[in-house]
Design a protein around this ligand. Sequence first.
Ligand code: G6P
Length: 374
Amino acid sequence: EQINKGKYEHYMQKEIHEQPESLTTTMRGRLIRSGSSKPKTVLLGGLKDHLKTIRRSRRILVIGCGTSYNAALAARPILEELSGVPVTMEIASDLVDRQGPIYREDTAVFVSQSGETADTLQALEYALENGAMCVGITNTVGSAIARNTHCGVHINAGCEIGVASTKAYTSQIVVMAMLALAIGGDTISNQARRDAIIDGLYDLPNKVREVLKLDQEMKDLAQLLVAEQSLLVFGRGYNYATSLEGALKVKEVALMHSEGILAGEMKHGPLALVDENLPIVVIATRDSCFSKQQSVIQQLNARKGRLVVMCSKGDAASVSLGGSCRVIEVPQVEDCLQPVVNIVPLQLLAYHLTVLRGFNVDQPRNLAKSVTTQ
Ligand code: G6P
């Protein structure tokens, strides 16, 4: 398969813009909405013989590195909610360093774009030795993780060339949302929620197409921030992961110091950094954490924070609260899918910052697409 940049300047740019298509491919044939009398459901062929065992697990561990870890973190709340099983997160190298306990009754889910990351592979070996049921979520058919796990799901996002992962991230979240639906089964009590998520998945490529229209707006924002030394990103709940991943993109490619911060921890340290100079992105789209984020914005405004607030369409007035913050409005989707939409403006911001700062977009210094040594 010959992959070229088409009309784009860089692979990262192309991969950001092709997300409506990559997400469609990820979901193709996996969402079932046949006939109004039948419940909507998901079909993940690679898991069907193992779902019973996974449902009976005592715990689900989700393991990855870098962007793949962040994708897993984004899906954690929905996995907990629908599976009813405790879900713990592990950065692969840390699990191996600690030799953390893993049991036969555990399901260990390995998330990796390449399927070849050395740390993740070592964690897989360790989980296999300890008898856990191992599930692989990768973008690479025939990769070591795909081969060595008991079962799995390919994300089918298409080849990703930019070192900074973008389309694989959103496809990983979608696959894990489908995994949560598959593990959850179809009890009457959660049918309305499941239907809403499945409908939301169908519509997600359109919403991503819509949010990509913010390209110029994010370029303007990048102009404004181009000479900054640092950028903070505050998120919580479903979008804690978005704050980490947004900051990781900015760090990786724009070579600007950036930190994702759990907004609930603001008063336990980060607040000391706030002044009228340091730019701060606050993610405050509509979900069960919205009023808490409004209060965070109020407190940051009271300290004259330089804010850029990401909110749901139509919410600009409810989030700026009289302060002078800049607002990015994004389409609202089902809460657990909102991270897929919210990361896109931050990917665009990181991309434009990189171009404006004159750095290598597709091959940031010192980084590799796949880290196969420890
Ligand atoms: C490297 C890449 C990242 C990626 C991470 C995990 O650090 O530069 O973009 O997120 O590895 O890679 P994986 O292939 O396991 O998802």
